[in-house]
Ligand binder design. Structure first.
Ligand code: ADP
Length: 178
């Protein structure tokens, strides 16, 4: 299997799709919030937040681009891997790299946890306002680079909740120019 058919773009709700690890687009407090973060905590239940609180007591806050794993509560997964995407416009020189770090660091941790199937939302493209096409290109490049050299990760699902992200990623993954 080459690296490109290990990546699948799907449309749906990330809390409903069975995988080994669900990546959460969290904020640095790990205390839940809106968007996909809220959906994950609502569907997963309180055990996720409890573990987030323990992590934050230890590290203070989770820096942008970094990752932390918790249990997945009632979600159809073994782990939730929380990551913090960059807020668009806040650190223009670093934001592309920070967004790429979210994807590569999440896959690295998933691999260390022996996860084979990992799902991602379109990190930073909601409340954090990252342009969707740029975010799509960055996510695909980071995932492709990681899975090309990793044997544990068998499948990466890019779960698009909104139609715009879905169309953009479908186009980007097939390499079409538009
Ligand atoms: P961020 O703060 O990183 O921008 P958001 O949660 O606001 O995080 O948005 C990130 C992406 O998650 C958006 O593209 C949004 O459409 C998507 N999203 C929201 N709810 C869900 C869900 N239940 N499943 C998958 N993606 C979701």
């Amino acid at each position: 299997m080459n690296s490109s058919n290990k990546i699948e773009v799907v449309k749906g709700d990330i809390t409903k799709i069975e995988v080994d690890a669900i990546v959460n687009a969290a904020n640095s407090s790990l205390m839940g919030g809106g968007g996909v973060d809220g959906a994950i905590h609502r569907a997963g239940g309180p055990s996720i937040l409890e573990e987030c609180e323990t992590i934050i007591q230890k590290i203070g806050k989770l820096p942008t681009g970094e990752v932390a794993a918790t249990n997945a509560g009632n979600l159809p997964a073994k782990y939730v891997i929380h990551t913090v995407g960059p807020i668009y416009g806040r650190n223009p020189e670093k934001e592309n790299e920070l967004l790429a770090n979210c994807y590569s660091n999440a896959l690295k941790l998933a691999s260390e946890l022996n996860c084979r199937i990992v799902s991602f939302p379109n990190i930073s493209t909601g409340i954090y306002h990252f342009p969707k096409t740029t975010a799509a290109k960055i996510s695909l490049a980071a995932i492709r680079e990681f899975i090309a050299k990793n044997k544990t990760i068998e499948k990466v699902l890019l779960v698009c909740y909104d139609s715009e992200n879905y169309e953009i990623l479908k186009t980007e993954i097939s390499g079409k120019i538009y």
